[in-house]
Design a protein around this ligand. Structure first.
Ligand code: ZN
Ligand code: ZN
Length: 162
């Protein structure tokens, strides 16, 4: 069912190399992964690779539409192989966990700009910030332990009572 990664590269006119294949596979197994984590996975699979080579491979795969890059505010870039569906993301402000969420309304761009200013809009990238179930449960648990470090990235005032 899953297409051969080498075929995917060829279809996009990308020269097939062991490094590119390993990078593609590393992201396929780990959605919303960082370049650092990709480098680690690739090293485990094929041995030494420089971070720059990982960035180069990721850049090509993103440019050719095989991977998607998202960059939540304050986070390193994250890579995923779920492409072309304009899905959005839920991001935990406390632990940083990122999960996919389908388009808000119908197909891309799924949200109408109040004013398109003459642009032809083909996608909308939405980050829903909040607290994941684990962090919520932890916040609710009666415990004197230190509250989890907040990783709030946007400029909203913190309103969570301690
Ligand atoms: Zn969390
Ligand atoms: Zn995603």
């Amino acid at each position: 069912m899953a297409p051969d990664p080498a075929d995917l590269l060829r279809q996009r006119g990308i020269q097939v190399t062991a490094q590119r294949l390993a990078v593609l596979r590393a992201v396929t197994g780990r959605p919303h992964t960082t370049a650092d984590a990709v480098a680690e996975a690739v090293r485990a699979e094929i041995g030494a690779i420089s971070l720059q080579s990982v960035y180069d491979a990721l850049g090509i795969l993103v440019a050719q539409g095989l991977l998607r890059r998202i960059q939540p505010a304050g986070s390193p870039a994250l890579f995923e192989d779920r492409v072309g569906d304009n899905h959005h993301h839920l991001i935990c402000q406390i632990c940083g966990r990122v999960v996919d969420v389908d388009c808000a309304i119908g197909s891309a761009p799924c949200l109408m700009a109040a004013d398109d200013m003459g642009y032809e809009i083909d996608q909308a990238e939405v980050a829903y910030w909040g607290r994941c179930p684990d962090c919520l449960a932890q916040a609710r648990a009666p415990s004197d332990s230190e509250s989890p470090k907040r990783r709030r990235r946007n400029n909203q005032p913190a309103t969570r009572p301690e």
